[in-house]
Ligand binder design. Sequence first.
Ligand SMILES: *Cc1c(COP(=O)(O)O)cnc(C)c1O
Length: 430
Amino acid sequence: MSGWPFDYRSNRLWGESVPLDRIAEEIGTPCYVYSRAALAAAYEAFDAAFGGRDHLICYAVKANSNLAILNLFARLGSGFDIVSGGELQRVLKAGGDPQKIVFSGVGKRPDEMRAALDAGIFCFNVESRSELEMLDRVAREVKKTAPVSLRVNPDVDAKTHPYISTGLKENKFGIPFEEAESLYALSRQFENLRITGLDCHIGSQLTELAPFAEACGKMLELLDRLQTQGLEIDHLDLGGGLGIRYSGESPPSARDYVNALCGQIGQRKQRVLIEPGRALVGNAGVLLTRVEYLKHSPHRNFAIVDAAMNDLMRPALYDAHHEIVPVISKNDGNVKTYQVVGPVCETGDFLGHDRDLALSEGDLLAIMSAGAYGMSMSSNYNTRPRAAEVMIDGDRIHVIRERESIDQLIAGETIPSWRTAGLDCFLSPL
Ligand SMILES: *Cc1c(COP(=O)(O)O)cnc(C)c1O
């Protein structure tokens, strides 16, 4: 499978108006490639679906936090959902509007709260009573009032992979639905907090509307009750989680998803926030990799490629499926069933199982739908420098992150002078 903006033209895979083999020649592999047009189209589909309703799309930065991608979304008018002080710095550096930032996450540190208060963010999505107390204390210290939304756990089964389901009552996320009202009542007593919203997020890669609708219904019920109790809630944040097509899935479109939510919200006047991550970037990116070796055993055929679990962790972590396609397709090739694996010393280091491909050593492959939770989850395991990232814009390419060097990787490390008690011995590095 491939699909716009990555399509074949006479056996060659292109991204917008650039053949992907050209990028591999110029930049090397492994390399993430994103399409500017696809990123913008994904944002605009959500935005247009809201029509005239007061709304804010807060892109979930953790899906892909490259500055160029953040800058593109900021220019389109997007807000941002951050989960750390580091992501806050990225958004500010990329030109994001602090007044469009929501800060999520179960473990915000006081210094991160301070930085967000200094920046003047739109809202803190608070997940526990202890966090409310801490935020109030930090806000008092810096003489500010913190805008707060409580993240409520609606106890809805998102029917997705257990590692990415967050809205069930046994998850670590959010405030139990039954406790939400009493915690809202309590929040009013904090002098340095101002309650502004209501928030939930039930999971990721949801491919059906039903769980979203169920969660939305519960949140609206709660919203109405809070309003009758005299609390002024001026925004409703319904989180992210809309799935994408990796291979066989058929998730709802952005339009159908937004229409369903807005239909339920009806005439209510609150501003509506959503926090899509994957649905904005997932299908706008591919990971280019080169086949290094083919290894045939009596039982299996292995294609050993130069990308690995450190570059794209989703297969190893969630047993996730990414389509893997040749950059130059051959009509006359000898098709075999391959295990597509990386060079990392782990049996879990695979990118795809049982793929029917006609391969030769040196061939280029594109791992599709790698724009979300690819680069942002990458690591340096096995002292592998992280991949380069490129953005295509029409017929032009921009390197938006250089390939890491080994020197950058080890720059922060030092060898102590080993002056052990009494011995005063110094082992010089060789
Ligand atoms: C991860 C996350 C998102 C984005 O999820 P996607 O599935 O990528 O849309 C949104 N909100 C919160 C609070 C998250 O943790």
